[in-house]
Design a binder for this molecule. Structure first.
Ligand SMILES: [Zn+2]
Length: 260
């Protein structure tokens, strides 16, 4: 007898990796100003050949083609299967948290958007407004389906998340004379705050800063001394990781913090 629970986990992974393959399209097209839904097929970024459906199976096709385009043999970035696998795992985590429920849908959408914006931020140092705005609206709609957050909590979370990071950015710029944080990060905190409330938003900024500082120090140590001033890291991915952790295990974090 095959365990039903394991089958559901495999199903969650496969579903997630299929969505991940669409996220790859968004990650490529959104920052380049291309429309995400046209053309509906994927194409090789090098030779522009349409990718056949049987070459577009998440993860498996990459392994089968040994990471090369079938037509022009140019290497396909390892990022594509990584995003697909990551989204598959995100789907599993959302399922483990929420089971098959409306909570799963909103949790998985949050994680999928975090993956998308993280990769875009890494490449282009921007977070598209479309993602932050869509996520913020999603977070507010989600409050109507949950009993741990009201619409009011969502709005307060968005306000405190965005407002707190904006204040830090304002003073940082005033005292150092350089722009340290982008408005994209502030808008991202509005999105994240709408999903996880004011305490979750503050936790996210706190943990995100720690993660970002550790990686920045490691990066500065690893790079040349002359490059140190130029070494810049996007903050978005660290906020995304911290926010995702809170969305998944926030109740445990709250219990630990407030001793509940
Ligand atoms: Zn090609």
């Amino acid at each position: 007898m095959v365990n039903e629970k394991i089958l559901l986990l495999i199903g969650a992974f496969i579903f997630g990796s299929i969505i991940g393959s669409f996220l790859n399209v968004l990650i490529y097209r959104l920052p380049r100003g291309l429309t995400p839904f046209k053309p509906t097929f994927s194409f090789c970024p090098n030779c522009r050949t349409q990718i056949k459906y049987y070459d577009n199976i998440p993860i498996i096709s990459y392994l089968f083609l040994k990471g090369k385009c079938r037509n022009c043999k140019s290497p396909i970035s390892l990022r594509y299967p990584i995003v697909e696998a990551l989204t598959g795992f995100a789907s599993i985590l959302a399922y483990l948290k929420a089971g098959l429920s409306i909570d799963y849908v909103f949790t998985f959408l949050f994680l999928a958007l975090m993956i998308t914006l993280s990769f875009i931020d890494f490449d282009f140092k921007i977070i598209p407004d479309e993602i932050n705005f869509f996520g913020f609206i999603l977070g507010l709609i989600y409050t109507f389906f949950r009993d741990d957050y009201s619409l009011f909590d969502g709005i307060i979370g968005a306000g405190i998340g965005g407002g707190f990071l904006f204040t830090i950015a304002y003073f940082y710029e005033k005292f150092k004379g350089i722009e340290g944080l982008g408005m994209g990060d502030v808008k991202l905190m509005i999105f994240i705050g709408s999903y996880i409330g004011w305490f979750g938003a503050l936790f996210t900024i706190f943990l995100g800063s720690i993660l970002g500082t550790i990686i920045a120090l490691a990066g500065a140590l690893a790079s040349n001394i002359e490059d140190k001033g130029k070494y810049e890291i996007p903050f978005g991915p660290y906020l995304a990781i911290a926010g995702s952790i809170y969305l998944l295990i926030g109740d445990k974090i709250r219990a630990f913090y407030f001793g509940g």
